[in-house]
Design a protein around this ligand. Structure first.
Ligand SMILES: Cc1cc2nc3c(=O)[nH]c(=O)nc-3n(C[C@H](O)[C@H](O)[C@H](O)COP(=O)(O)OP(=O)(O)OC[C@H]3O[C@@H](n4cnc5c(N)ncnc54)[C@H](O)[C@@H]3O)c2cc1C
Length: 440
């Protein structure tokens, strides 16, 4: 064992704490790596991959540990924890940044806000850039800027041979192509991302409305009707939960975050919200705020140290086609903070050629969230069972909220999946890195 590697073998004191710390989801899988390495430098990552090669260990990589399914925690092999590689360097003049995979979205956002720069970080505080960028990255203002991975201009990585290299459009382009969308099926360790930044929109804020659950059908019909006309500056979302602000019991929050360059433009873009169906218990005016404050608000639905079971679907089905499934989702919805998210997306135009390749008009995700073991049988199957029932209406799933081990589904366009498989065979011929937990 190289002397500067921090390692825990199975059975060592500290092993279980290190395994537990590697997952945001309190519901840890019954899977036990042979060894856990906590890397503190790129040299540590090289040494860890060399060690895995010498011992024939397959590697699972962890950055922020927010994979709901804990993809990186596998049975046997090596869990390589790179969360400590979390440095951020911003070059404001060049509008670029270099960030470690263990950097939290809110950390880079706070730094960029001070410099009036922007990057589409995720909607939740502690999600780290490692897994987030590899799987695509649906972040604030992503309908304008595209998935966050489209703003990756290079990566530093350690390949299956244990050697550190750089990849970009010009250098090692195979790895660069794969790193933007392969998610938990990437076949190298990213030790640094090189990012393109944009100017920060001058006006950031949101408008919201709150409804009792009896308005679900009217809202779904309304959202599907206005969805195609909602300006890209707005990511229209609906959240269905048994606990909703300003509502007694189950209800729906309709929220429209806006990224704009003037207040006047923000109001203009929000005009469609005037057509909301009647019956809201409360409507807020457009409230200017910050990404940090909106992220804090979102975190109320994703508390740490709870058990999670999630699943999702992309779809272009009509409201009429979706409503029977959505009614069933609402009827079987476990206690809050479990919830259903409906999001208006529509694939951004001008996407670069990269592994990421599958999305659709509408996104539906289910988050079963519970504390009490007695709720496990219902809360842990709610998301999967409802998404399985609606799968004939689905075009595939988002890797952000994947549940491939329990319910395989397509997540890349077929030609991209075939190219990714060929690149994996070429660059990781021994299978040093774990593949996806499930494939169709
Ligand atoms: C509370 C919460 C909120 C979320 N909100 C959003 C959101 O708004 N938008 C969105 O797009 N997603 C969101 N997600 C999903 C999240 O982006 C993905 O789970 C992402 O993979 C998390 O990245 P991570 O580094 O924190 O997690 P990790 O679990 O560390 O990474 C996920 C997987 O990626 C691979 N991986 C990670 N790091 C590396 C690396 N350095 N090199 C090679 N492979 C690596 C591993 O296979 C790992 O299992 C959310 C998840 C949670 C738990």
């Amino acid at each position: 064992m190289p002397h500067d590697l921090i390692a825990f073998r199975r059975g060592d004191p500290g092993y279980e704490a290190a395994r537990r710390a590697a997952s945001f989801n309190a519901r840890l899988p019954d899977r036990f790596p042979e060894i856990i390495i906590q890397a503190r430098s790129e040299a540590n990552v090289e040494a860890a991959v060399a060690l895995a090669n010498a011992n024939g260990w397959t590697i699972g990589v962890r950055s922020g540990g927010h994979s709901w399914a804990a993809n990186h925690i596998r049975d046997g092999g090596m869990l390589l924890d790179v969360s400590r590689l979390n440095r951020v360097e911003v070059d404001a003049a060049a509008m670029t940044a270099r960030v470690g995979p263990g950097c939290e979205g809110n950390a880079i956002n706070s730094l960029l806000a001070k410099k009036k720069l922007f990057f589409p970080v995720g909607h939740c505080e502690s999600v780290c850039l490692g897994g987030y960028l590899l799987q695509g990255g649906y972040g604030w203002n992503s309908r304008v800027l595209g998935n966050a991975c489209a703003s990756v201009i290079g990566i530093d990585y350690v390949g299956a041979d244990g050697i550190a290299r750089h990849a970009s459009a010009e250098e090692n382009p195979d790895l660069f192509w794969a790193a933007r969308g392969a998610g938990p099926g990437f076949f190298a360790v990213v030790t640094r991302f090189h990012l393109k930044l944009t100017r920060r929109p001058r006006v950031i804020g949101a408008k919201a409305a709150f409804y009792g659950i009896e308005h679900l059908e009217a809202l779904v019909r309304w959202a599907h009707e206005v969805g195609p006309r909602v300006p890209d500056s707005i990511e229209l979302m609906m959240l269905v939960s048994r606990k909703t602000d300003f509502v007694k019991g189950a209800g729906i929050t309709v929220v429209a975050p806006v990224f704009s360059d003037s207040l006047r433009q923000a109001w203009r873009d929000l005009a469609f919200m005037k057509t909301l169906p009647p019956g809201a218990t409360r409507k807020t005016p457009f409230l200017p705020t910050t990404v940090k404050a909106m992220t804090r608000q979102v975190m109320g639905h994703y508390p740490a140290d709870w058990n999670y079971a999630v699943d999702n679907m992309w779809t272009h089905a009509t409201a009429d086609q979706l409503l029977p499934g959505i009614r069933r989702i609402a009827k079987t919805l476990p206690a809050a903070p479990s919830h259903m998210l409906w999001m208006n997306w529509a694939p951004p135009t001008g996407r670069p050629d990269m592994a990421y390749s599958l999305d659709d008009q509408t996104y539906i995700a289910l988050y079963g969230v519970w504390k009490d073991e007695a709720d496990t049988p219902t809360a842990s199957t709610w998301a999967r069972d409802n998404m399985a029932a609606m799968s004939p209406l689905s075009t595939g799933v988002q890797l952000a909220d994947e549940n491939l081990g329990a319910r395989p589904a397509p997540f890349l366009a077929e030609p991209n999946m075939a190219r990714l498989d060929a690149l994996r065979a070429k660059h990781d011929p021994q299978g040093r890195f774990y593949p996806y937990m499930g494939r169709v």
